[in-house]
Design a protein around this ligand. Structure first.
Ligand code: OGA
Ligand code: NI
Length: 325
């Protein structure tokens, strides 16, 4: 290797890998600077949402130890004996905490997961696992911080849509937060290479913390899978079905999947942000006119759970399609 190649910047290496998407990286710290800087960042976020539906954020204010501890707590949970984890197993999607593995739901191909609500923390933390002993503290700390980032991002996106950052502020403040804590085995020759089948997330925004590479997003322009890059200290953000509904189709939900990592088992923590469970999300009336008629019916997270329950075995289920007018 020549001296020159050894000094090639990490970013250049990333963009040379054709399978990696050139994901926009947004410096969130700049959102709280002067109004000119802020509006520049709002424009970057708006463009990323419009063109791709995903981006990554740095300088988001969540410390590396908080992120590392959340991954450690999640990882320790999945190392517990099956009987302990199975205490949280349930087919009822409305349980406050739910553990499951590949076998039952139709999109987990090779994944174990624990899903639970996280906001308001004081309402939900009592249901979370008591083992490992660090779980509640470490996941709780991360959950509170990642929600702050989600609200900040939501305001910027609403501003970018021309709705103003205070738009439906009360409903976002009271909104729900669902954590999907996932564990994927290391890829092996006899196991399936896909950990989680293609899907979109129901909420407005998902913020994903992962221990190593494995997330893939469907690139709309080329209709091909792109590996999401993994930059130090960055969080991956993508928009969900309810963002497409609220924006009346100006921002499109992102289809994504998880592939198994050939080098190591993988932990990911997806934080999904929506309105309160029964609150309906409708197309913003400000974005509906003669040229842009309303494209989707209104729906709530509760409607989504009903839809999933009714379509449990249907691999091709698509909540957003069911809302199209
Ligand atoms: C999810 C999800 C992706 C990943 O939990 O909804 O898409 O990389 N996770 O684990
Ligand atoms: Ni997802």
């Amino acid at each position: 290797m020549s001296d020159l190649s050894r000094t090639v910047a990490q970013e250049q290496l990333v963009s040379q890998d054709l399978h990696l998407s050139p994901t926009p990286v947004i410096n969130l710290g700049h959102l709280s600077l002067d109004s000119v800087t802020r509006s520049g960042v709002v424009d970057q976020i708006a463009k990323a949402c419009h063109d791709l539906g995903y981006f990554q954020v740095i300088n988001h204010g969540i410390s590396q130890p908080v992120m590392d501890c959340a991954v450690e707590a999640a990882s320790d949970f999945f190392k517990l004996p099956s009987e302990t984890k199975e205490e949280f197993a349930s087919e009822d999607l409305r349980q406050p905490v739910r553990y499951d593995t590949s076998s039952k739901d139709s999109i987990s191909m090779s994944r174990a997961f624990l899903k639970h609500y996280a906001h308001p923390l004081s309402d939900w933390v009592q249901y979370w696992p008591e083992k490992p002993p660090i779980y509640r503290e470490y996941i709780g700390k991360y959950a509170v911080e990642v929600r702050r980032v989600a609200l900040q991002l939501m305001q910027a996106i609403l501003e970018g849509l021309g709705l103003g950052k205070e738009y439906l502020n009360g409903k976002f403040q009271e909104g729900s937060q669902l954590l999907s804590v996932n564990c994927y085995p290391k890829a092996s020759q006899d196991a399936m290479a896909i950990g989680l089948a293609p899907h979109s997330d129901y909420g407005f925004l998902t913020i994903l913390l992962t221990s190593c590479r494995g997330l893939e997003v469907l690139d709309r322009s080329s209709n091909s899978w792109k590996t999401a890059q993994r930059l130090p200290h960055a969080l991956h953000v993508h928009v969900g079905d309810h963002m497409e509904v609220l924006s009346n189709g100006q921002i499109k939900t992102v289809v994504h999947r998880a592939v198994l990592n050939p080098e190591e088992s993988r932990i990911s923590i997806a934080s999904i942000h929506g309105f309160e469970v029964h609150e309906k999300v409708a197309c913003a009336k400000e974005l509906v006119d003669e040229q842009n008629p309303q494209k989707y019916k209104e729906s709530s997270f509760s409607d989504f759970l009903d839809y999933l329950t009714a379509n449990m075995d249907n691999k091709h289920r698509n909540f957003l399609e069911s809302l199209r007018m």
